[in-house]
Design a protein around this ligand. Structure first.
Ligand SMILES: [Zn+2]
Length: 213
C-alpha cells in the first residue's frame, strides 16, 4: 500500500477563482503515512532533518462547490456526446424493455435523471458509462457491443467497448474544456510541487497560490 503525506495550502479554485484550503498530497521516498503539514510552516517530524527537497504533488483543480458542478457538467457532456453520435447514426442505444432506440432528445433528458441519481449516491463514479453498461443494447458503428442477454464476452466486443469508451472520453473531455473546465474529464491538478526550502519551511509551489499576506 502506498500512502502520501498531505499539506494544506490556500489555492485558487480554477473554476470560480475563490481561495480555499486545498489538501495537496505528495509522496516522499521515506515513511509516508499521511502526515499533515501547513503551507509555509516548518515540518515537525522526520522531514525537518532532511535537506532541501522537491516533491511532486497533486490536488483538486476545483473547490468542493465547483467539483459538484463539474460532476454534473461531466454527465451532461457525456450524454450530449451520446446524443450527437446517435444523431449521426453511428450509435444505437436501446433499453432492454423497449423496441425503439433512444432518440437524441431522450438521451439528453436521461442526463438529468442520471445526475439526480448521482446526487443521491455521492462519490466519484463514471456515472454515464455505468448507465450505458446497464442499458441493455448498444451498437457502435454497426457492431453490437452490449446486449443484456448476451453472455459471450468475445474479445471483439471488448475491443469495440474499449474503442467506444475512448471516443466518449475524448468527446466528453473536449466538451468540458469548451465549457471552461480547464482539466476536461480530469479534476486533478498534477502540476504542483511541494518544496522543502533552505529556510526549513515546507511550501507548495503553484501558480494557484493565494497571495501571501
Ligand atoms: Zn470553485
Amino acid at each position: 500500500m502506498s500512502l502520501y503525506r498531505e499539506i494544506f495550502a490556500p489555492l485558487h479554485c480554477l473554476r470560480c477563482d475563490q481561495v480555499s484550503e486545498f489538501d495537496v498530497q505528495f509522496r516522499t521516498t521515506h515513511g509516508d503515512h499521511m502526515q499533515h503539514y501547513y503551507h509555509g510552516h516548518p515540518p515537525q517530524d522526520d522531514l525537518a532533518a532532511r535537506p532541501a527537497e522537491i516533491y511532486s504533488g497533486f490536488t483538486d483543480l476545483y473547490c468542493p462547490a465547483c467539483f459538484e458542478d463539474w460532476q454534473a457538467a461531466k454527465i451532461a457532456a457525456f450524454f450530449q456526446t451520446l446524443a450527437a453520435y446517435t444523431d449521426q447514426g453511428v450509435l444505437v442505444i436501446r433499453p432492454q424493455d423497449q423496441r425503439a432506440p433512444l432518440t437524441p432528445d431522450e438521451l439528453l433528458q436521461t442526463a438529468q435523471w442520471v445526475d439526480a441519481e448521482r446526487r443521491k449516491y455521492p462519490g466519484p463514479a463514471e456515472w454515464g458509462w455505468r448507465w450505458l453498461l446497464e442499458i441493455g443494447y448498444v451498437a457502435w458503428q454497426g457492431q453490437v457491443i452490449f446486449q443484456a442477454d448476451d453472455t459471450d464476452g468475445t474479445s471483439k466486443n471488448i475491443e469495440a467497448q474499449a474503442e467506444l469508451h475512448e471516443y466518449l472520453e475524448a468527446m466528453t473531455d473536449s466538451e468540458l474544456k469548451r465549457a471552461g473546465w480547464v482539466g476536461g474529464i480530469n479534476p486533478f491538478d498534477n502540476a504542483l510541487q511541494v518544496v522543502r526550502s533552505v529556510d526549513g519551511l515546507l511550501y507548495v509551489d503553484s501558480a494557484r497560490l493565494a497571495a501571501q499576506p
